[in-house]
Design a protein around this ligand. Structure first.
Ligand SMILES: Cc1cc2nc3c(=O)[nH]c(=O)nc-3n(C[C@H](O)[C@H](O)[C@H](O)COP(=O)(O)O)c2cc1C
Length: 194
């Protein structure tokens, strides 16, 4: 079987963000069961004004030209890992906008999370994201990676001072994603040819 496609989504877009450091670290944890595509939401147009018609009525609306490549890259992924900071006990609004502009892309796919922030390590953002992805008929895996007070955990070169526990957590999550992505890719394929 060819490698499954894993999209790693950088959920923060602000100047001075830490997200790309987390993305570099996580991408290095992924083994050859997956082909990785790192998707940086800062590279795309994400207008807050959503389509006039709800996705259940028009699942593939016309999108801004600056969003089309994002939509295409999300569509081909078998699994996603969303990297989320925590803003006021939730996840960034740019991430919600990117999610809401899409519908079929998330359908019957599996999703994992890496959170980072102050004391909570992004877990409140992760729990909010689980609710959103339930509505999109996606399966979020149980285990996640969390970096509480990430600024103490990474050094000035973006390397973890004590990586072992975080590497182990990433492996557990990747194993779960592989199981679900394999099962769901097979089920989608069978449904498409039925
Ligand atoms: C508007 C805002 C709200 C924040 N709220 C929280 C919070 O509720 N809990 C927390 O642990 N950290 C909070 N933080 C700290 C961020 O998690 C931290 O700044 C992190 O670096 C943000 O990720 P980013 O640099 O990739 O944007 C907040 C930061 C911002 C900018």
């Amino acid at each position: 079987m060819s490698a499954l496609k894993l999209a790693i989504i950088i959920g923060s877009v602000r100047d001075g963000r830490f997200g790309p450091v987390v993305a570099d670290w996580f991408a290095a944890q992924v083994d050859d069961r997956f082909d990785v595509d790192v998707i940086d939401l800062a590279e795309f147009d994400l207008p807050a004004e959503l389509p006039a018609v709800p996705p259940a009525m028009d699942p593939d609306p016309a999108r801004p030209s600056g969003m089309v490549a994002l939509s295409d890259r999300l569509a081909v992924a078998d699994a996603y890992v969303v990297l989320t900071p925590e803003y006021n006990r939730s996840y960034p609004s740019a991430l919600k906008t990117a999610i809401d502009w899409h519908f079929t892309q998330w359908d019957r796919k599996t999703i994992g999370f890496v959170g980072y922030s102050g004391g909570t390590g992004g877990v409140l953002a992760i729990e909010h994201l689980r609710q959103v992805f339930n509505e999109l008929n996606a399966h979020t895996v149980r285990d996640y990676v969390s970096f509480p007070r990430y600024y103490l955990l990474f050094d000035e070169d973006g390397r973890l001072r004590e990586p072992e526990g975080f590497e182990a957590a990433a492996k557990v999550m990747l194993d779960q994603l592989f199981w679900w992505a394999t099962a769901l890719a097979g089920a989608r394929s069978a449904a498409a040819s039925a």
